[in-house]
Ligand binder design. Structure first.
Ligand code: A8S
Length: 184
């Protein structure tokens, strides 16, 4: 299933500690979007992929390689350098791990620099077991509208990337879950 906009009713069913991450207060120059993806795999499998800050290429198809350039991997505050595929309007991005909550399964990172035009980007993902070994992933990002672009254009560009990442996450996690079942 393709990622779809989050029905607002669902935000209010999340615990307040989680839903606050998906209801950001925006500055006038900022835009935001929340997307969700249902995945036919247990949250433990999805979380293993999402929380692996050092290896975004496991589910982000544009990422060519990634390495930790400052701090300890998977410690809040560490920085990664992500090199992306050619043909994109950028070649690399420097990103900071902001939140890694293994109990509530909340992951957050921000983009601190790079040769792209994404300014002040930050993203929060939360995972929600949905019964029957299904997981709902909710991702909210906030970004400054690029100088030459409208908020709509900026969000349309980012939405395209995030939706593709979520779809790929779904496929990879479902593949892993299928393999895990075959071993039993
Ligand atoms: C993510 C989200 C985004 C990544 C963007 C928005 C990026 O990696 C790509 C193209 C760009 O122009 C910017 O979760 C940047 O990774 C694919 C290099 C940052």
């Amino acid at each position: 299933n393709p990622p779809t906009p989050l029905p607002t009713t669902m935000v209010f069913q999340l615990p307040t500690t989680v839903s606050s991450h998906h209801n950001p207060v925006l500055q006038p120059n900022e835009c935001s979007s929340t997307l969700f993806q249902t995945i036919a795999a247990p949250a433990s499998i999805v979380w293993a992929l999402v929380s692996d800050f050092e290896n975004p290429q496991r589910y982000k198809p544009f990422v060519r390689s990634c390495r930790i350039i400052d701090g300890q991997a998977n410690q809040v505050g560490c920085l990664r350098r992500v090199d992306v595929a050619s043909g994109l309007p950028a070649s690399y991005s420097i990103e900071r791990l902001e939140i890694l909550d293994h109990d509530q399964r909340i992951f957050g990172f921000s983009i601190v620099s790079g040769d792209h035009r994404l300014s002040n980007y930050r993203s929060i993902m939360s995972l929600h077991p949905n019964g029957g070994d299904e997981t709902v992933v909710v991702e909210t990002y906030v970004i400054d509208a690029a100088e030459a672009n409208t908020k709509e254009e900026t969000c349309a560009f980012v939405d395209t990337i995030v939706k593709l990442n979520l779809r790929t996450l779904s496929r990879v996690a479902e593949d892993l879950a299928g393999k895990a079942q075959q071993q039993v």
